[in-house]
Design a protein around this ligand. Structure first.
Ligand code: ZN
Length: 258
């Protein structure tokens, strides 16, 4: 299967199976009974066979470091990237998403920003890849229970709610955000999205990441000396506008962390 065929396959799955997958997901984790018995199925195509573990953030991005964690905003608890996986069938995991990963990793590593820039084809494929990460994080927030808060500890009456519910409160909002995230994956044309992604060079030594579901993603990849920032919905007139906005966001995130 060529790379373009893999992308087509991904769009077709999102279009044809998306409705079923979304409805099952919502029933299993949002609107069904708390103690509902669930059949584990692929969160991309809905298949119930050959289920594997798909890393939400690919291992090459966090350099397979078992110690690296991210903090979930609503409960402030650290979670290890290495253990953050979603059920997906081997076809979706290996044939589709892994093919996309390998292509992106190669694309990102090959371009030296001092001498060359990304082709529009590569640029749009990076956008497609970032959209799959947003989708996976949204799935994770829906399928993960709140459990406890860093400061408040275990909170019995909130423990069984999902991270997504604790963030967005409204089931309707969660559903439409997830559906929109999947719709982005099913849409081929990314030409209008080109101005919403920027890349720069970085000298930092450790990988950095932050993400606001359905809004933006920031990825700093020291191995490739590159930093990416993408807005999933917003559109920008030119590079100056997006750069100003990104600098402010980065500043506010790292100040909060200190
Ligand atoms: Zn699948």
């Amino acid at each position: 299967m060529s790379f373009d065929e893999t992308l087509l396959q991904l769009r077709l799955i999102a279009r044809k199976k998306g409705k079923y997958v979304m409805n099952k997901l919502f029933d299993d984790y949002l609107t069904g009974a708390f103690d509902k018995e669930r059949t584990i199925s692929c969160l991309l195509c809905g298949s119930e066979s050959n289920i594997t573990k798909e890393h939400v953030l690919p291992k090459w991005v966090f350099e397979s470091d078992p110690k690296r964690t991210f903090t979930t905003d609503v409960n402030q608890l650290p979670q290890k990237y290495i253990g953050t996986t979603l059920p997906m069938c081997s076809t979706c995991n290996t044939d589709i998403l892994n093919t996309l990963e390998l292509y992106i990793q190669k694309t990102i590593s090959e371009v030296d920003l001092k001498t060359k820039y990304y082709s529009s084809e590569n640029w749009e494929n990076i956008i497609r890849w970032l959209e799959t990460i947003d989708y996976k994080f949204q799935l994770m927030d829906i399928t993960t229970k709140f459990r406890a808060h860093k400061e408040a500890g275990y909170i019995p009456f909130l423990a069984d709610f999902s991270i997504a519910e604790m963030r967005d409160f409204s089931i309707r909002t969660i559903k439409s955000k997830a559906r929109l995230s999947l719709k982005r994956i099913s849409t081929k044309d990314k030409s209008k999205r080109a101005n919403s992604l920027i890349v720069g060079t970085t000298k930092v030594k450790t990988f950095n990441y932050f993400h606001k579901s359905g809004q933006f993603i920031h990825l700093e990849l020291p191995k490739y000396n590159k930093v990416f920032f993408y807005f999933f919905e917003r559109e920008f007139e030119d590079d100056d506008d997006i750069e100003t906005e990104v600098m402010e966001l980065i500043k506010s995130v790292y100040e909060v962390d200190e």
